[in-house]
Design a protein around this ligand. Structure first.
Ligand SMILES: [Zn+2]
Length: 70
């Protein structure tokens, strides 16, 4: 199971996928995943989050827990 949600970052951090620097105040996505080895959390820039979202959607919408509120 993987869930992604957008938060505000307090310290700068690099995107775990592409390495883009995410600055405090920038929108990013914290992606929480449960793996057999334990919990996993990665921070993604919005571009990677969008790409991951499309991948996770798999063309089967309706199971997203974000309501899209701005
Ligand atoms: Zn990225």
């Amino acid at each position: 199971m993987v869930s992604a949600h957008f938060e505000m970052l307090r310290r700068s951090h690099d995107c775990d996928r592409c390495g883009t620097s995410i600055r405090p105040g920038d929108e990013y996505a914290a992606v929480d995943g449960i793996t057999p080895a334990g919990d996993l959390r990665v921070l993604l820039c919005t571009d990677c989050a969008a790409a991951l979202g499309r991948f996770l959607d798999g063309g089967d919408g309706g199971d997203r827990d974000d309501d899209g509120a701005a």
